[in-house]
Design a protein around this ligand. Structure first.
Ligand SMILES: [Zn+2]
Length: 110
């Protein structure tokens, strides 16, 4: 049980995550995915910049490549982050109140 809330069995999956916990984890994984994607994209951009040194004429084409790298990195990062969250699966990780020093989730709208 991740949020320590009582849910109907039919709303829980095999890790006892309810719908809200899964969407919460998805959102968080998406955020981490974008962080990873941008880091990856910046790395690719730096790599291109240092090794290839594109001229101003073709930089638009490289921009598309970097944008693709960011998108793919975000996609991969999201899957990895979600997988890690599923794997570690701390009980009551999303229970209220959140742990000290951690991120504070806004109150849930019911
Ligand atoms: Zn839950």
């Amino acid at each position: 049980m991740r949020c320590l809330e009582v849910h109907d069995q039919m709303h829980l999956d095999r890790l006892l995550w309810c719908d809200r916990c899964r969407s919460l984890a998805h959102n968080r994984a998406g955020w981490w995915g974008w962080v990873g994607g941008w880091a990856f994209g910046l790395g690719v951009a730096a790599f291109i910049w240092i090794t290839i040194r594109p001229s101003d004429l073709v930089i638009g084409g490289w921009f598309g490549t970097v944008a693709m790298a960011i998108w793919l990195g975000a996609k991969a990062g999201r899957e990895i982050a979600y997988g890690v969250m599923r794997f570690s699966n701390h009980p009551a990780a999303d229970a209220v109140p959140p742990r000290l020093g951690g991120e504070i989730d806004p109150p849930e709208a019911v």
